[in-house]
Design a protein around this ligand. Structure first.
Ligand SMILES: [Zn+2]
Length: 336
């Protein structure tokens, strides 16, 4: 959990939905953008954190807990000697002003949600969790605005905000001042990991029916339809990228599986999902290479060799997309 190598399940689901659905709703698009931006912010912070010794700062990401029937989420928790820092990471962009604890956009004067309210609740709930786990430590919380193109006028120096330019200095200061982690902190990390619940009761992903899915093959980067270029390659006219047959078959299987994990993986099904654009011979060859083969009478079924096969494969495109976006936005990143 301390390293981000796979993208979160919610992001993966919306990604598959936007790629495969015939008619994507505005809300589904928004949800995708929101989870993608959130992921980008966390990845950027994780990268900054990677330069510090893990003997002094142990980061935990994407934590979700339930206390007395209420859920709360922590973007990032930094476990240090005798203190836990809770960080709420925001990837906001543009010029804003804060007045009487309310945040407005500078030109339109429209109010946006002040993340401090959420932060206060998170800290309150986290302290309850620590009491339940019978652990005493100090807790300090910050809202981290990771995007360097975000300005908040009127913010007080002692406010719980950390801006992009301050994050690195803040982390260096913690690393310099902290003592190495003791047995107590390792126990805390273990307990926090055990208590972490995976799926939120509010995380209702939109249900989709197979009839709402298109069979046209869409680009894994821009979601526009791709065309067969010759018998070996497909081509995306928007991105100018080429995909070979094997890649297209695997993309199709994994995107479909993300949305409908109960569907059978057979040559016939895949041929249909690929719009009949690939020969059954090619599909069979790719399946035999990457999947377990099960023969049942006249039928041949295929199954995953590893349960995270689809996540690992699709995450690489989303990570690549995130990397392009990061460069465009000039978000901080330390190369691993
Ligand atoms: Zn494309």
């Amino acid at each position: 959990m301390s390293k981000i190598t796979q993208v979160p399940d919610t992001l993966l689901y919306y990604y598959a939905l936007l790629n495969r659905k015939k008619k994507v709703t505005a809300s589904e698009s928004r949800q995708f953008e929101r989870s993608f931006k959130g992921y980008l912010g966390e990845k950027s912070l994780a990268s900054l954190l990677s330069q510090f010794e893990s003997s002094k700062i142990l980061p935990l990401y994407n934590l979700l807990y339930e206390i007395n029937g209420s859920e709360f989420q922590i973007d990032t928790a930094l476990v240090t000697y005798n203190r836990v820092y809770l960080l709420e990471v925001k990837n906001f962009f543009g010029d804003y002003i804060i007045e009487n604890n309310k945040i407005y956009s500078l030109n339109k004067r429209t109010q946006i949600y002040n993340p401090v309210h959420q932060l206060e609740r998170t800290e309150y709930m986290f302290k309850k969790l620590l009491a339940k786990l019978d652990i005493t430590t100090n807790v300090t919380s910050y809202v981290v605005f990771i995007n360097p193109h975000f300005v908040l006028y009127g913010a007080q120096v002692q406010s719980p905000f950390l801006f992009a330019s301050q994050v690195d200095i803040f982390l260096k200061k913690i690393a310099r001042q902290s003592r190495p982690l003791s047995q107590k902190e390792y126990l805390l990390v273990e307990k926090l990991t055990q208590e972490n619940i995976q799926v939120s009761m509010y995380d209702r992903l939109p249900e989709v029916q197979p009839s709402e899915i298109k069979n046209n093959i869409a680009c894994v980067y821009c979601f526009n339809n791709i065309k067969k270029d010759n018998s070996f390659y497909f081509f995306c006219p928007s991105c100018k990228k080429y995909f070979d047959n094997e890649e297209v078959i695997l993309q199709t299987i994994y995107l479909r599986y993300t949305l409908f994990p109960q569907e059978e993986i057979t040559v016939g099904n895949i041929s249909e999902w690929c719009n009949g654009e690939l020969s059954k011979h090619t599909i069979r060859r790719v399946l035999a290479k990457y999947f377990h083969v099960h023969r049942k009478g006249r039928y041949t079924l295929y199954s995953f060799k590893n349960e995270n096969q689809h996540k690992n494969f699709l995450s690489s495109y989303i990570i690549e997309k995130a990397e392009e976006e990061r460069k465009r936005l000039n978000l901080p990143l330390v190369s691993p």
